[in-house]
Design a binder for this molecule. Structure first.
Ligand SMILES: Nc1ncnc2c1ncn2[C@@H]1O[C@H](COP(=O)(O)OP(=O)(O)O)[C@@H](O)[C@H]1O
Ligand SMILES: O=P(O)(O)OC[C@H]1O[C@](O)(COP(=O)(O)O)[C@@H](O)[C@@H]1O
Ligand SMILES: [Mg+2]
Length: 330
C-alpha cells in the first residue's frame, strides 16, 4: 500500500500487433510499480483477454528473462467487439472486480482508442506506443520500430547479394499498413534505388509502374548491377508489379514479402531502454493521478499527452528526408 499514490493496483495489457520491446516495457511497469508499493496484475490477450477475465496476480518471476525477448509475454490480440460501449462498460466492471484502479495499455493507435474508452469508464489509464509502424504522431519513437527496421535491413542485405549476383531487380515488401516509415528507413539504410510509401502514392498503379520501369532502364544504362525497390505494405501488390516490370524491361525481377519476421527477434538496445523508461513513466503518471494519457518521446525527453490530443495530431513522412532518400538511390 502506498498512501500517497492515486492508484493501488495497476493492470497491464498488450494489444494490437506485437512489437519487440513490449516485454521490456511491461517488465518496467511491473518493477516500477512494485518499487512504489503498488500491486500489479497481468491481463492476457489485450482487450479480448480482459473481457474474458484472463487476469492474474503478477509475480516477480513473470518479469524475469523477458527483457531480451521479442513478442509479448502477455500475448496480444485484436478485439472488434471492444469498440462497442457495452463491452467497454463490461471491461471496466471486470477491472474493478479485481481492484484494478490503474491500467497501462501497450499498443498502437487503435489500442489508444480503447484506453481512452476505459478512462471514460473511470479507470485511470496510461498508454505506451508499442508498434513497429512508427505511425503515432505525438512521438518520435515507438517501441519496436528500431528492431523491426534492423531486422528488415538485414534481410534486405541478404536479398541484395542474390539480386546482384543475378543482375536482377528485387522488390522487397516491408510492413506498414498505412505508414511508410519502415520502408523509408530500410530504403536509405540499404541504398535502395526506389522507395514506395503509401504517404506518397496517389493510387495510380500504371503511373507508378511506368516510373519504376523508366528508373530501372535508366540505371541499367548507367551500368548498375541490380535494382532494389523497397515497397511498403500500404502500396503492396509486389508480385504483380514484379511480373509487369520484368515484361516491360526484360530485367529478371523477383518479389519478396518479408512479413511477420519483421515483428520478431531480440529487441535492440534502443527498444529495450526506451521501452523501460516509458514503462516507468507510465507508472509514475498513474501514481500522480493522471489518466487518459499517452507517453511519447520528443526532443530528447519522455513526455505525455492527452490521448485525444495525441490522436488528433497529424503525422507525415518528412518531405526533405524522402527527397534525399530518392537522390541517394540514383
Ligand atoms: N475506436 C475504438 N474503440 C475502442 N477500442 C478500439 C478502437 N479502435 C481499436 N480498438 C481496440 O484496439 C485493438 C487494437 O487496435 P489495432 O488498430 O488493431 O492495433 P494497434 O493498437 O496496434 O494500432 C482493437 O482490436 C480494438 O480492440
Ligand atoms: O499481424 P496482422 O494482424 O496481420 O497485422 C499486420 C499489421 O500489423 C503491423 O505489423 C503493425 O501494426 P499495428 O501496430 O497497428 O498493429 C502492420 O505493419 C501490419 O500491417
Ligand atoms: Mg496501429
Amino acid at each position: 500500500m502506498n498512501k500517497t499514490s492515486a492508484v493501488q493496483t495497476i493492470g497491464i495489457l498488450t494489444s494490437g500487433g506485437d512489437a519487440p520491446g513490449m516485454n521490456a516495457a511491461l517488465r518496467a511497469v511491473a518493477r516500477t510499480a512494485w518499487a512504489r508499493g503498488i500491486d500489479v496484475k497481468g491481463i492476457y490477450r489485450g482487450y479480448s483477454g480482459l473481457l474474458n477475465d484472463e487476469i492474474f496476480d503478477m509475480k516477480k518471476e513473470f518479469t524475469c528473462d523477458i527483457i531480451s525477448r521479442g513478442g509479448t509475454a502477455l500475448f496480444t490480440a485484436r478485439c472488434e467487439e471492444f469498440k462497442q460501449l457495452e463491452y467497454q462498460e463490461k471491461a471496466a466492471e471486470i477491472l474493478r472486480s479485481h481492484n484494478i484502479d490503474g491500467l497501462v495499455v501497450i499498443g498502437g493507435d487503435g489500442s489508444f482508442r480503447g484506453a481512452q474508452k476505459l478512462s471514460a469508464q473511470g479507470i485511470n489509464t496510461v498508454a505506451l506506443p508499442g508498434t513497429i509502424d512508427l505511425d503515432i504522431a505525438c512521438t518520435e519513437y515507438t517501441i519496436g520500430f528500431d528492431t523491426a527496421v534492423n531486422t528488415a535491413m538485414q534481410a534486405i542485405d541478404k536479398i541484395r547479394d542474390s539480386s546482384t549476383s543475378h543482375e536482377r531487380c528485387s522488390i522487397i515488401e516491408v510492413m506498414g499498413r498505412n505508414a511508410g516509415y519502415i520502408a523509408l528507413w530500410c530504403g536509405v539504410a540499404s541504398g535502395a534505388e526506389d522507395i514506395l510509401i503509401p504517404e506518397r502514392f496517389d493510387g495510380n498503379r500504371p503511373k507508378l509502374e511506368n516510373e519504376l520501369i523508366e528508373s530501372i532502364l535508366e540505371k541499367k544504362a548507367l551500368g548498375k548491377k541490380h535494382h532494389l525497390i523497397i515497397n511498403a505494405e500500404g502500396v503492396g501488390h509486389s508480385y504483380g508489379m514484379a511480373k509487369r516490370i520484368e515484361q516491360a524491361t526484360g530485367v529478371e525481377t523477383r518479389a519478396s514479402i518479408l512479413g511477420h519476421m519483421q515483428r520478431g527477434g531480440n529487441p535492440t538496445a534502443k527498444d529495450r531502454v526506451y521501452a523501460s523508461y516509458m514503462g516507468a513513466l507510465a507508472v509514475d503518471l498513474l501514481c500522480s493521478g493522471a489518466t487518459n494519457r499517452v507517453v511519447g518521446y520528443r526532443n530528447g525527453q519522455y513526455i505525455d499527452y492527452d490521448i485525444e490530443d495525441a490522436l488528433g495530431m497529424a503525422k507525415d513522412v518528412d518531405q526533405y528526408e524522402f527527397e534525399i532518400a530518392q537522390i541517394l538511390g540514383r
